[in-house]
Design a protein around this ligand. Structure first.
Ligand SMILES: [Zn+2]
Length: 266
């Protein structure tokens, strides 16, 4: 990330997202700290993108979806921001990101996520930072990758303790993948950035970039990403064997919902 670009991004981002409206105290904060509630719903004080950004959100997401279709799901999870833009330029089916779209992403990245209620720390400081592709290991049968070393060892240890019913549901995520997931969530919830950030770390804030991963129970499907996972045999066995290291326990002060499936590695 060069300084000029970082500066421009900060300047345009701050201006663009200032349209979010005046900062308000979140009534939701106390609720978040208590953690006993379902946070994947609108809460008082939530902040939304404006109408112009809403259109950009949809357009940007659509272009990113085309990049993912072009390079494939697995490769997309390793793709840096610059590489994604390059792919977009090269393929007719995608076409280059417009200046407004690129600035929208940069603005989102350099905007302080605390402004909309996310209190995690930044893991990747620059938009063009990349995950360590060289150290990514494909986990057979999952379509996912994990970082060599602590992440893969932790996963194998958990499998030894629990057995094959424990599955990897989400591994390593590049900057592009995290932007994509965050924008997709934001689009599904009417541009509510606060609500999106309660279930998905904003771009740059995800520990999936540096080793964390999600697990589930085979056959549970999408329910693995709900509180239902905490009632599964796999979860109980993880607890019983002292193999559960949760990044986002109940009542965490990061503004993130309870995620019993997200494993802390780093
Ligand atoms: Zn996760």
């Amino acid at each position: 990330m060069n300084d000029r670009r970082a500066f421009l991004a900060r300047a345009t981002g701050a201006a663009a997202l200032a349209l979010l409206g005046p900062r308000r105290a979140f009534a939701a904060r106390a609720k978040r700290a208590s953690g006993g509630d379902d946070l994947d719903r609108p809460l008082a004080g939530d902040r939304y993108v404006d109408a112009r950004q809403r259109r950009l959100l949809v357009d940007t997401l659509s272009r990113m979806r085309r990049v993912q279709a072009t390079v494939g799901y697995g490769n997309f999870a390793l793709l840096g921001f610059d590489q994604m833009r390059k792919v977009a330029r090269q393929y007719h089916a995608v076409e280059a990101f417009t200046r407004a779209e690129a600035e929208f992403i940069e603005g989102l990245f350099y905007f302080d996520a605390r402004e909309y209620g996310f209190y995690g720390e930044k893991v990747l400081g620059g938009l063009t930072d990349q995950v360590e592709v060289r150290h990514a290991v494909v986990v057979r049968g999952t379509g996912q990758r994990l970082l060599r070393g602590m992440a893969i060892e932790r996963y194998q240890e958990m499998r030894r303790a629990v057995g094959p019913a424990l599955v990897l549901t989400s591994g390593m995520r590049s900057m592009s993948k995290q932007i994509y997931l965050f924008l997709a969530k934001a689009a599904r919830v009417d541009g509510n950035l606060s609500r999106a950030s309660r279930s998905l770390a904003p771009p740059g804030y995800s520990f999936h970039a540096v080793g964390d991963f999600d697990v589930g129970q085979q056959g549970l499907g999408a329910a693995n990403f709900t509180a239902a996972f905490a009632r599964s045999e796999v979860f109980k066995r993880l607890v019983a064997t002292d193999n559960l290291r949760m990044r986002y326990p109940r009542g965490n002060y990061l503004g993130v919902r309870y995620e019993p499936w997200h494993i802390r590695v780093v």
